[in-house]
Design a protein around this ligand. Sequence first.
Ligand SMILES: NC(=O)c1ccc[n+]([C@@H]2O[C@H](COP(=O)([O-])OP(=O)(O)OC[C@H]3O[C@@H](n4cnc5c(N)ncnc54)[C@H](O)[C@@H]3O)[C@@H](O)[C@H]2O)c1
Length: 422
Amino acid sequence: MKRANLDVTIIGGGMITHDLILPSVYHLQRLGRVGKLTVCALNSAPLRALIDSAELQQAFPGQSFEAEPSLSEEPTRMFPCLYEEILARQAPHQAVIVAVPDQFHYKVVKTALRQDQHVLCVKPLVLTYDQAHELEQLARDWGLFVGVEYHKRFDRRSLMAKRHYALGHFGEFAMGEAKLIEPWYYRHSNFQKWFTCDKTDPFVYVGCHYVDLVYFITGLKPVALSVSGVKGRFPNGNEGYLWSNGRVRYENGALLSVTDGLGYPDDAAGSNDQGLLMYCEGKNGGGMIEHRDNDRGVRYSFLEGIGCGGSKYNYVSPDFFRLVPWEGPGFKPVGYGYESVAAHLDAMSRIEAETDGLPDEAALARRRELIDEIDRQGLLATPANSFINELVVEAARLSIVRDGAWVDIRYEPRPHVALRTA
Ligand SMILES: NC(=O)c1ccc[n+]([C@@H]2O[C@H](COP(=O)([O-])OP(=O)(O)OC[C@H]3O[C@@H](n4cnc5c(N)ncnc54)[C@H](O)[C@@H]3O)[C@@H](O)[C@H]2O)c1
């Protein structure tokens, strides 16, 4: 596959940037698949933390990034619009990774597209269907790629399930349950500033991974849902939904129950609790898919508690993201988290490489063809092939603030959500 070497700007320097995005991009950079790297945050404090991270220094010796704002700025001085200047300075058709809190995704992704940049956005892309559709159209008009980082799609177990489901080996999905309970310590993180009742909830934050996955595996569209929440206070006094339970109805009548929260005990072995169970029906018997996603059979007992939760005894998942020895300096990232980031950046470089040197009109036509191909293939999540997620998120927000009122998702004459009144 032909590839161009794109510059990458990461907007947002928080947890997901530290744990997944930056190490993935650092590795691609030392493999020669990424050019210049910039990270832009609201203030210099998180950027200083990224530069000083012992884990990142150990894994990527000698590598760094251009910090915006500069590390010499006061850690508390805020630069909410600096990303606009950074994007305006970037050469066209490079890569932007958006990793800011959910409610800013729309504005930042749109700004990046307006500056002629390809975009990879952490999930959920945006919070309404109309916004997703608008971004899809903008990107299409200008021949730009937008990907959404639903990395569970790259987990081998998801890919296996998708293949067997398509071959009819399970029958048809009828009843299932998914859960993703993140650690208690999240309550003490930056989350307490933005994870408030009016903005988001655990269903929208992590439940969306499994809703996307069931759609990815089965192709079944959700047609209605109800989400209820349990409210509580963060240490700074802000009120958030700390737990949620949702029921999603699918077009074939199937039901998925989704339980999420920020409360997995820090002392437990998790480091979170997550999994998916799907019962299916064939002509003469039942099929089943069961993924225990937190316990993948590897257990460590450390001398001292390590990691943010700090527990000594841990179920260690080697599958999502780990730094391991390799043939080069430091450690390399392995796992479906890394593979997902790499696949999105590779898609952007392929689009650039295959259109390099073509006259403008031919290049635009070819860009659109390549983006259509990615949309149809359905492996990388794009606004065109994952918009059910925005409908679900939009419906979930309507439902949770009404304590579980049912909300219908309709696809005709155009996709929209509607509070059930009768
Ligand atoms: N498993 C996953 O896919 C996964 C996991 C964690 C987070 N996420 C998503 O990643 C996003 C960020 O989550 P996080 O946990 O890293 O949050 P965080 O609060 O740790 O970090 C947010 C970052 O955004 C930056 N930011 C905010 N406003 C900005 C602005 N105007 N300009 C530049 N930077 C700005 C902040 O400086 C901070 O560095 C959320 O959308 C979240 O849903 C996805």
